[in-house]
Write a protein that binds this ligand. Sequence first.
Ligand code: TNX
Length: 495
Amino acid sequence: MRVVWRRLLLGLVISVTSCGSGTPAEPQLSLVPYPASVTRQGEGFTLASGDVVTAPDATIGGFVVSGVLADTGVELALGAGGRIKLDLDAAQAGPEGYELTADENGARISAATVEGLFRGVQTLRQLARDRTVPGVRISDRPRFRWRGAMLDVARHFRPVEDVKRFIDLMAAYKLNVLHLHLTDDQGWRVAIPGRPELTEVGGSTEVGGGPGGFYTVEQYMDIAAYAGLRFITVVPEIDLPGHTNAALASLPELNCDGVAPEPYTGIKVGFSALCPGKPETERFLTKVLTEVALRTVGPYVHIGGDEVEKLSDAEYAQIVEQAAHAVTANRKQVVAWQEAGKTALPPGSLVQYWQTNGGPEDVERAVAQGARVIMSPASKVYLDMKYDDTTRIGQTWAGTTEIDDAYDWDPATLIDGVGEDRIEGVEMALWTETVVTLDDVEHLAFPRLPAVAEVAWTPQGERSFDAFAARLAPIATVWDRWGVDYHRSPRITWP
Ligand code: TNX
């Protein structure tokens, strides 16, 4: 008798739990960043070699073919009347929005712009990862328009091919800004016509004393073109007035005493600065920022402004304001690290919050002047922080940062009074004091890069770490295919 009662009771409990939320929730499709809206419906289809892609032009169609090939080994073809269709439709939402539907007959992506199609192609690649595309209707657009990654090529130089690989990895997760940290104490990495010393001397070493390197003007523009085809804007950073030992070592006249310091290959920060008030200083930064602006496709030039210990506030402001003027005189918008909030910022400027050293107050000052904010809190999105004490490279000054730390935060609640409407977006930063090889880059970027990409793309209400972790795990199979060296975070149950 008692056993029967227990069974009855158990049956009741089970039926209540399974009724509670209607039908049990289906697991989310394994997509990162997760789209704004996903509806499963009907049957899907299975990709086969020779399937045809029909697109408004061969470049965007080619991204479907090359992406699917890289992810699955399946060889699609471009042509008319294909069962994978990309089309432009002015009715779709926003410059990066797209709609993707898949059923038993194939898949279709519609967007108002080719850029929107490109974002949708990344979703299609993920849906097709194991060749079976489920029946689905996706309507998507990004939360933030700036979804960036910074790569420090100054502390350790990276050749063009490595930067292109990094761009491909960014594009797969719908990132759209590559911030290149081109100059620092340890290296000057971009040729400036008329100032060959900067790259001859300043480009000749790196942290640890390695050979360094630099991009010629043509190589810099080649990187920008490669990024541009993938709808990624390159933002060049010339870091001023601090982080300038490589420039000071190259051009003696930039030093207050006219004597060039030795090249620097250590990892201290804050010790160098351009000479305030010297006419050579303004001439130098105007020349450099003009040459860089002239060769930059995107609307922004980053002037640095971080971590200066050698100047008074007035000296600092004088140089930063000269630099900002040189940028706007070339019809570009200024981006600068948070400290620049202490100076007068031209209209249209962006400040980049990195958290420490009085960050919130500086950002509030910038916002009060009308600037918008890029969120790069070090304790969450500095990819050079170690995952845990056992990580073979990286730093720990902002703590250790596992994938859930990188994921679990809301840009709109980070700084009081700096809400969604003041935020341009989110940018992760990979500083390279300890990063020597491309494998090192990938090991620190994966899996945190896709995590931060989702912070920047997906509506806050659609995000939870557990759901993200479940969606991310199967995606690692393509990282194996691509040869990406990723950290096997214990917070994820890998396949
Ligand atoms: C701080 S954050 C820096 C960089 C270092 C980095 C190392 C910021 C604007 N500056 O110069 O490379 O920490 O984590």
